[in-house]
Each structure stands twice: as structure tokens, then as C-alpha cells.
Design a protein around this ligand. Structure first.
Ligand SMILES: Nc1ncnc2c1ncn2[C@@H]1O[C@H](COP(=O)(O)OP(=O)(O)OP(=O)(O)O)[C@@H](O)[C@H]1O
Length: 253
């Protein structure tokens, strides 16, 4: 396997009880890329995203076959420690979900759990994470105020900062801007462009303009199948598969 392959998915199948939701998915994602997952509602994008940090393990009756290698290690092997997997592969959800505590404590929460206790170290981590999430300037004077007082867009960047504080290397984003106004959306989109220098990002989006604007590669899903993955420019100008063409030109979905 090439060292550049951050994530390698082999013959991945997922069943919710009798519902065969993902069929033989094969995908390779390289480091420092933004990979967008697109497709009509119910095609399996979120399900696939959740397999990358084993969030589906929390759902009853889920059965998974195949493998997902991250940095050459099978995340479904019995040796994988799920807590450290979720630290390495963090997730941002559709609705910002800050904890009902101060801005500072939201960011310090993860590092404290992972054993960082010294105030000076936490201060430094909080500042660095908020700067990385392009939120520091807006909140530096109110770190001890409740995170719930932030705007939706600020809350989403706080959730991103909270992830960065535990030093992941893959970021999963499930429609991270669908609940945000256009200006906040733009800020989160700009943020993804700086974050990809350090992280590998996989983003589910219903917004095809967003996929075209921010991603390097795009995968089109349909009915639980991965129809094709290609460079984003190619997918949006000259896809290989007629079904992709029909979707991006708005013939269905
Ligand atoms: N927790 C669950 N239990 C049972 N079935 C589920 C569960 N989550 C998703 N499914 C089913 O799996 C299939 C894929 O759903 P998924 O949410 O992954 O699609 P999606 O492409 O992300 O859709 P959307 O764009 O609407 O969010 C659907 O048939 C859905 O009903």
C-alpha cells in the first residue's frame, strides 16, 4: 500500500438488519485531501461516513463486512481501541452540539480526559485550537462565557476547535454547514481549506456547489453503491458514469 493512502476501504458492506445499506464499497483517500461524498437522500453517504470512526457500532443490528484501513491498520480488527480511534478520526455533525459549559471548558474537555491537567498546557491548547478553527479573535475576551451564547456558525467552529484540541488526523464532517447562514457557511468552507494542510477531511454535503468549491475528490453514491470517485473537477464537468451526470445536472435527487 502506498504511504500516501490515508484511508483504504475494501469490499465494505453494511446491513441495518435486513436493509443492505452499503454494497461492496471500494475507496482510497489520500492524506491532506478533502473528499466530498454526494448523492441523493438515503443513498448511504452518512452511513459510510460513520463507518470511518465506527459510529455505527452504537446502532443495534448493524452488521459490517470488509475492511477499512487507516494508516495501514484495520479499524475493524479486534485490536483497535475505539476511544483512540475516535480521537484520531473526529466528527462534526449537522447541528453544532457544544457542551453546556464555557467556551474554554468545551475545548479543554477532551484534553483533560486524555490526561492534560496543567493550566498552562490547557491554556495553550485552547488558544491554539481556537486559532486553528479561526474563532480565537471572536471569543478570546469571553472564554469563560457559555458556549451556548455563540451564534450557530461560531458554535460549529467551536465544535471543530474541540475536535482539533485532541489532535486527530482525520476529520469527518456530516453536512457541517446545512444549519448555517451563508456567511457562517463561507467561514467554515474557508476553514476547511486551511485545515486540509494538516488533516484529511471527508465531508458529506447535499450542496453540490459546496462540494465543487471545496473538495479535491468527489464520490457519488446511489442506492448504497459507490458509482464513481474522481477528481472533483472531472466529476462536475465530465463524469464517467451517466448516473453521475444525471445527478449533477439535476435530473434526479
Ligand atoms: N440508524 C439506522 N437504522 C436503520 N436504518 C438506517 C439507519 N440509518 C440509516 N438507515 C438506512 O440506511 C440507508 C442509508 O441512509 P443514510 O442516512 O446513510 O443516507 P444518506 O445518503 O446520508 O441520506 P441523507 O442525505 O438523507 O442524510 C437508508 O435506507 C436509511 O433508511
Amino acid at each position: 500500500m502506498s504511504a500516501k493512502h490515508k484511508i483504504k476501504v475494501n469490499k465494505l458492506n453494511l446491513y441495518y438488519g435486513d436493509n443492505h445499506a452499503l454494497h461492496d464499497i471500494e475507496m482510497t483517500i489520500e492524506s491532506n485531501m478533502i473528499a466530498a461524498l454526494i448523492g441523493p437522500s438515503g443513498c448511504g453517504k452518512s452511513t459510510f461516513l460513520r463507518t470511518l470512526n465506527r459510529m455505527n457500532d452504537l446502532i443495534d443490528n448493524v452488521r459490517i463486512t470488509g475492511s477499512i484501513m487507516i494508516d495501514g491498520q484495520d479499524i475493524y480488527s479486534s485490536e483497535t481501541d475505539i476511544v483512540s480511534l475516535r480521537k484520531r478520526v473526529g466528527m462534526v455533525f449537522q447541528r453544532p452540539n457544544p457542551f453546556p459549559m464555557s467556551i474554554y471548558d468545551n475545548i479543554a474537555y477532551g484534553p483533560r480526559i486524555h490526561g492534560i491537567k496543567k493550566k498552562a498546557n490547557l491554556d495553550e491548547l485552547v488558544e491554539r485550537s481556537l486559532k486553528q478553527a479561526a474563532l480565537w479573535d471572536e471569543v478570546k475576551d469571553r472564554l469563560n462565557k457559555s458556549a451556548l451564547g455563540l451564534s450557530g456558525g461560531q458554535q460549529q467552529r467551536l465544535c471543530i476547535a474541540r475536535l482539533l484540541a485532541v489532535e486527530p488526523d482525520v476529520l469527518l464532517m456530516d453536512e457541517p454547514t446545512s444549519a448555517l447562514d451563508p456567511i457562517s457557511t463561507l467561514k467554515v468552507e474557508e476553514l476547511t481549506q486551511t485545515l486540509k494542510e494538516k488533516y484529511t477531511i471527508i465531508i458529506v454535503t447535499h450542496n453540490m456547489q459546496q462540494a465543487a468549491r471545496i473538495s479535491d475528490v468527489t464520490s457519488f453514491f446511489l442506492n448504497g453503491n459507490l458509482v464513481e470517485t474522481d477528481k472533483t473537477d472531472k466529476i462536475f464537468t465530465n463524469p464517467n458514469d451517466q448516473r453521475t451526470e444525471d445527478y449533477i445536472t439535476g435530473r434526479f435527487g
